[in-house]
Design a protein. Structure first.
Length: 182
């Protein structure tokens, strides 16, 4: 971490890819940020509650809870937090959802530190294009399930009812991440 964290902007980096976090943390520190790292939403929430960051970089798809939950939490803690959501494949639906929940910008992986820093200064008003890649059908299903799950406050039983699906089937689908999520 930077030695003068009191004088630099705080940034919370949340991604389940440990190597990616190490590389990006170093690059962001070189650009003047004081970086805290978490590898899941569950790890990130206590860190954010203890010291709400000025900036955040959040992976959308991680093992466990989706990054959209953290976007909502961070925006609730401090609406001025500049949040960039990263994902391995872009979906207009999840981009719109991320922005509605309080994200500043939405970027497709691979995104480098310069692109991320630039995204902090651009509102999600079309200044930076979303690179839309063809989405596999399994990923479309995952996206839809995640959207319905969010609408039901992550209640598995209510989501299963809304999807007209057995609860165990939904749990199996949630345990199996989409293809090309990184």
């Amino acid at each position: 971490m930077n030695q003068n964290c009191e004088e630099t902007a705080s940034l919370l980096l949340v991604d389940d890819d440990i190597t990616f976090c190490k590389v990006l943390k170093t690059a962001l520190e070189k650009r003047g940020f004081c970086v805290s790292v978490a590898h899941s939403v569950e790890q990130a929430i206590p860190v954010a509650e203890a010291n709400p960051p000025e900036f955040a970089v959040i992976d959308l798809k991680m093992g466990g809870v989706t990054g959209l939950v953290l976007v909502k939490v961070l925006h609730g803690l401090d609406p001025n937090t500049r949040i960039v959501v990263l994902t391995g494949y872009a979906s207009i639906a999840t981009a719109v959802e991320a922005i509605k929940l309080g994200a500043t910008q939405y970027l497709s992986k691979p995104a480098n530190a310069d692109e991320i820093v630039a995204a902090f200064t651009h509102s999600a008003d079309g200044n930076l294009p979303i690179k839309v890649q063809p989405i596999q059908i399994g990923n479309l299903e995952w996206d839809h399930i995640q959207r319905v799950l969010l609408e039901n406050d992550y209640n598995i039983s209510a989501t299963a009812r809304a999807l007209n699906m057995h609860r165990r089937t939904l749990q199996r689908k949630l345990a199996k991440p989409p293809l090309n999520q990184k």
